[in-house]
Design a protein around this ligand. Structure first.
Ligand code: ATP
Ligand code: MG
Length: 434
């Protein structure tokens, strides 16, 4: 007996009806990105491990314990399933000299992999949609990316998403703060939990982001990075704030906001909601002016964000904002299997004319009764039935019957009309969705 196989823990199949929601969301996202002048970049899911484990930089949770890394059996290369895609984008941009002609606005989407404890809103294979603006130094592009995300929430009809911002300053400012922070935390070593002890010297900034209630008082009183920022960093931050104000976008300054990646500087931001339990961050990003050099390229300023598709979809569901399932424009009722060769080419022409039409397909014992075909037609959600009955086909025609009105509160007309098969292209438009 063969063992029953199932998907890997924390990795999900996305099947209908949910997959229609994914497609709908992806379409909305891509259309919005294009309106802001962002273009698509697609990079491999597998990258060299060295892209994520860089000599420089602090140890992050992701690099430390969440990566799916393996050795290529055939050539011994060290490879990793991408845990995020900013590094991949920067690698690709460098590899193809995409900044040669000037700065770039790019977006991507796809699966990411992190070995985390699976729970609501946290999976081992999850999907991000990301936007990256590369080669722009000013806070106007940071603002543009934030405004874009706000437009997205509005377009999706989502409410209750709050913006938090912070500035991480520049590496030298962070270093001074880091020393003050380590000294403070060491002085309170007794109050540190296991995670904090582990991060004390590897990534102390991340301790400020702890979700442990017992540590809140301690981190609230910790030295603030904001107090270590120089005039230039403060100016960048204040200009970003001014631009957000100019758009009427509300935000909260969260001095403890840090990011899971070590390469951020200056602006960092998160969009959070209280409606998803503890996995409430739906979109997160910031500036990463140092990453190009870390990856071995010529320095270039950059800023971006990534949103978690699963969390956005969960929130859409929570707020009743998911669209209805797609329905065909028409359903073809074919009482006699002998007529199928006549019917199928007609349906093909309809589809070529942009009509979404579903054919009643034959089963092992023929087409089934008219009654059961009409039941299926109705269940499909189609607005019209196209009836290819004996009489109609004899007359080289098809009967068109409205199953529902163009609006659900308007009853369908009862009359059927007879349409000539010779002139499909002339009446196809009548069937297309309004
Ligand atoms: P968290 O603090 O929730 O672990 P993070 O800082 O690790 O998030 P990022 O690396 O900034 O997250 O990723 C951007 C977004 O991707 C997150 O805000 C979230 O919406 C989503 N995301 C991150 N990890 C997961 C996961 N394991 N499952 C589902 N979505 C995720
Ligand atoms: Mg994480």
């Amino acid at each position: 007996m063969t063992e029953k196989l199932s998907a890997v823990k924390g990795m999900n199949d996305i099947a209908p009806p949910a997959s229609a929601h994914w497609e709908w969301l992806e379409d909305k996202l891509c259309a919005l990105m294009r309106r802001y002048g962002y273009r698509n970049l697609r990079t491999p899911i597998v990258e060299p491990t060295a892209l994520f484990v860089r000599g420089l930089g602090e140890v992050t949770d992701i690099v430390e314990k969440e990566m799916y890394s393996f050795e290529d059996r055939l050539n011994g290369e060290q490879l990793t399933l991408r845990p995020e895609n900013t590094a991949g984008v920067v690698r690709a941009v460098l590899e193809h000299s995409l900044l040669y002609e000037g700065p770039r606005r790019l977006y991507y989407m796809g699966p990411m992999f992190r070995h985390e404890r699976p729970q609501r809103g946290r999976y081992r294979q999850f999907h991000q949609f990301g936007a990256e603006a590369l080669g722009f130094a000013g806070p106007d592009v940071d603002a543009e990316l934030i405004v874009l995300a706000c437009d997205l929430w509005a377009e999706l009809g989502l409410t209750g998403i709050e913006l938090e911002i912070n500035s991480l300053g520049q590496p030298a400012e962070r270093l001074a703060h880091r020393q003050a922070l380590i000294a403070y935390l060491e002085a309170h070593a007794g109050q540190l939990d296991e995670d904090a002890k582990r991060r004390l010297h590897s990534n102390p900034l991340r301790i400020l982001d702890t979700k442990n209630p017992a540590m809140q008082e301690l981190v609230n009183a910790a030295p603030r990075l904001m107090d270590h920022l120089g005039a230039e960093s403060l100016d960048h931050f204040n200009r970003l704030r001014g631009l957000l104000d100019a758009h009427g976008i509300a935000y909260r300054i969260n001095p403890r906001l840090v990011r899971g990646m070590d390469y951020y500087n200056l602006s960092v931001f998160e969009f959070v909601t209280t409606q998803l339990g503890s996995q409430g961050t739906v979109c997160a990003g910031g500036r990463y002016d140092g990453l190009f050099e870390q990856i071995g390229g010529k320095a270039a300023p950059a800023v971006g964000w990534a949103l978690g598709m699963e969390r956005i979809l969960e929130l859409l569901k929570e707020q009743n904002r998911l669209p209805a399932q797609p329905a065909p424009d028409a359903y073809a009722v074919v009482p006699d299997v002998a007529h199928v060769p006549r019917v199928m080419p007609v349906l093909r022409v309809l589809r070529q004319q942009g009509v979404n039409v579903q054919m009643h397909a034959a089963g092992a014992d023929g087409m089934g009764s008219m009654k059961s075909q009409f039941k299926k037609a109705d269940a499909s959600g189609a607005r019209f039935a196209l009836i290819f009955g004996e009489q109609e086909v004899q007359q080289d025609a098809v009967a068109l019957k409205a199953l529902r009105g163009p609006r659900s509160d308007v009853p369908a007309e009862t009359a059927q009309s007879l349409l000539p098969l010779a002139g499909v292209a002339d009446w196809a438009a009548r069937l297309r969705a309004p």
